[in-house]
Design a protein around this ligand. Structure first.
Ligand SMILES: Cc1ncc(COP(=O)(O)O)c(C=O)c1O
Length: 439
């Protein structure tokens, strides 16, 4: 395999960048040319430590040869086959490997290409299941303030962050939002906060107000990730599970960030001991090297839908041209080997307290309003200065300039290093954060 020379973009204008201030970026671009292990490298060769695993993707560190070679081999063997009516072995193999890690019973895997597609797919599975079970009136969904469930229209309806909805979400009805769990008394909590389990009773209130028998599913991120690491209060997810069971509502965990080891267990479901009916995943399942996501369903969900279908004919009218793309499956299988051989979930669990110590040591830095952490992720929330989010935005630029890559959401700086990080990398991340905050 040849080693391509990094390219520097000659004209930045035609690429309409997602979720980015295009005008500002194109006036003062912050580019990466290559990456290896824990580091990105700028076009002029400067190392920038990756404190956010790209975007919660690169659990095994950048540019893993095993994954690159698996994809290369696959593209020379079977580059593409339609996932409708035709199959290829790696899709079946990968589904079986995934089911080794998901909680018992969750063992039917529907492949998609992103977290957003996983969320919209899960909404359809929920609607379809209730229809075949003779409850087609279950059309309402419940989610939560501060939630991020991707950017497709279903996910936007579930979204709990105003900028992601205000231009698009008005016409999408039938979704009710529980209150978020970021209570003032939980500030600076390490891990799960004590207060707020009772906020799960918002779901019960919706059952009482709209009729629990009309609600299809309740979607939550077990730890709200994109907003800035909001771990669930102790007992909160258990209470949601209980209310869902009492009212026949599906509980969906959106594990696009929390899945694949971020919390020191394969999934948040195991980390918190609560089993959902459906779970979504993406990002780290291929180490970010190929776009891929999945919905994993309880076998009973799959059985009900497939058995209700015609004897010959499609049971679930849904799918993507690139569902289970062979190259993505090859990347996923290589990643499953890495998870197993390098015991990445155990590594994340072992390093988590050290990361928490480092992040919480920044509590007294200038302007810090809150520090939250759980597993191998955390957030430093800054008190706003000027317009909301302005300080967070300036800080992420400053951090790039001094050699640290992370994502901010508003005034929260989100830290989620690759699971292969060592203590020295955490030290470097914390030192650079301290330097930036001091400025
Ligand atoms: C919980 C959650 N759901 C869905 C998504 C959307 O994933 P994607 O950007 O791959 O569409 C994200 C992305 O960060 C996410 O964090």
């Amino acid at each position: 395999m040849g080693h391509a020379e990094p390219e520097v973009a000659t004209s930045l204008q035609p690429f309409w960048m997602p979720f980015s201030p295009n005008k500002e970026f194109k006036a003062e671009p912050r580019l990466f040319a290559r990456a290896q292990g824990m580091y990105f490298y700028t076009p002029d060769g400067r190392a920038v430590i990756d404190a956010s695993s790209g975007l919660f993707c690169v659990a095994a560190g950048h540019c893993r040869k095993e994954i690159a070679e698996a994809v290369y081999r696959q593209l020379q063997t079977l580059d593409f086959t339609a996932p409708f009516l035709r199959g290829q072995s790696k899709a079946f193999e990968l589904a079986a490997r995934i089911a080794e890690y998901t909680p018992a019973g969750l063992n039917r895997v529907f492949f998609v290409n992103s977290g957003s597609e996983a969320v919209d797919t899960a909404m359809k599975v929920a609607l379809m299941l209730h229809r075949v079970r003779g409850q087609p009136q279950r059309q309402l969904f419940v989610s939560r303030e501060r939630a991020y469930h991707g950017v497709n229209m279903g996910g936007v309806a579930l979204a709990g962050m105003v900028n992601n909805r205000r231009a698009y979400g008005v016409g999408l009805g039938g979704v009710y939002h529980m209150r978020h769990t970021a209570l003032p008394q939980n500030r600076f909590a390490r891990g799960q906060p004590e207060a707020g389990a009772d906020l799960a009773d918002d779901l019960l209130r919706f059952c009482q107000l709209y009729g629990g028998e009309n609600i299809a599913a309740c979607f939550v991120e077990p730890v709200a990730g994109s907003y800035g690491c909001l771990p669930p209060p102790k007992g909160y997810l258990q209470r949601l599970r209980q209310i869902c069971d009492e009212h026949g509502i599906l509980l969906v965990f959106d594990e696009v960030i929390t899945g694949w080891g971020r919390l020191g267990a394969p999934f948040a479901a195991q980390a918190f001991g609560v089993t959902p009916d459906l779970m979504t995943m993406a990002k780290a399942m291929t180490n970010g090297a190929q776009p891929m996501g999945a919905v994993v369903a309880q076998q009973a969900v799959y059985d009900a839908i497939t058995e209700a279908g015609p004897k010959q004919g499609v049971e679930f009218f849904h799918g993507y041209t690139y569902s289970a793309h062979p190259a993505a499956c090859a990347a996923g299988l290589a990643m499953m080997d890495i998870f197993r051989d390098e015991r990445l979930f155990d590594r994340a669990a072992a390093l988590a307290p050290y990361l928490a110590d480092g992040l919480h040591s920044l509590a007294d830095a200038p302007g810090v309003a809150d520090v939250r952490s759980i597993g191998l992720m955390g957030a430093i929330e800054m008190a706003p200065a000027g317009s909301p989010g302005a300080r967070g935005h300036e800080l992420q630029k400053k951090l790039y300039d001094i050699g640290l890559n992370l994502k901010n959401t508003g005034d929260s700086l989100i830290v989620a290093p690759p699971l292969v990080a060592e203590r020295q990398h955490i030290d470097e991340i914390v030192a650079k954060l301290r330097e930036a905050l001091a400025s």
